[in-house]
Ligand binder design. Structure first.
Ligand SMILES: [Zn+2]
Length: 150
């Protein structure tokens, strides 16, 4: 028997496709999507990735800050904006090289934790690592996810 997943297409909202396995779980940790109807497909077959996750968010178009968070943890994901059951916009999320005001520095002595100063990080990939512009503290993926939680 062929395993096939059929998902009710959403009418309006966002589909995040080609997510690495495990990304849906992390996205739900860092974005507050509690008001929206969500459908997730996890660990499904993908021609491109072998296995992938997909997240369908009904009734929500993600803003830039939310997309930046997903770009950080959902490496190379593609985003489809759906309006009236048609794809209105489709784009791939690249890794940002720099992020501002998203990650919180884990160094308690960092100036960004004592003053109202936006954090700035440079991002390296494979493995994901963020370096604080001010104190040069490096953070790994787990610490990044923890710090950008909703
Ligand atoms: Zn810092």
């Amino acid at each position: 028997m062929k395993k096939e997943i059929r998902i009710q297409p959403i009418k309006n909202g966002t589909v995040i496709d080609h997510l690495n396995v495990g990304s849906v779980y992390r996205i739900l940790q860092v974005l507050d999507l509690s008001e929206f109807a969500l459908t997730a497909a996890m660990n499904v077959e993908s021609r491109k990735l072998g296995k992938k996750d997909i997240l369908f968010i009904e009734g929500k178009e993600l803003n830039d800050k939310e997309l930046n968070k997903i770009a950080l943890i959902g490496k190379g994901a593609s985003v489809n904006i759906i309006k009236d059951a048609e794809i209105k916009k489709k784009f791939q999320l690249g890794y940002p090289e720099k992020v501002e005001a998203i990650i919180k520095c884990i160094n308690p002595k960092c100036i960004t934790n004592s003053e109202t100063l936006s954090t700035k990080f440079t991002i390296k990939t494979e493995p994901l690592e963020a370096t604080c512009y001010y104190c040069e503290t490096r953070m790994n993926e787990k610490e990044i996810v923890e710090s950008i939680k909703k």
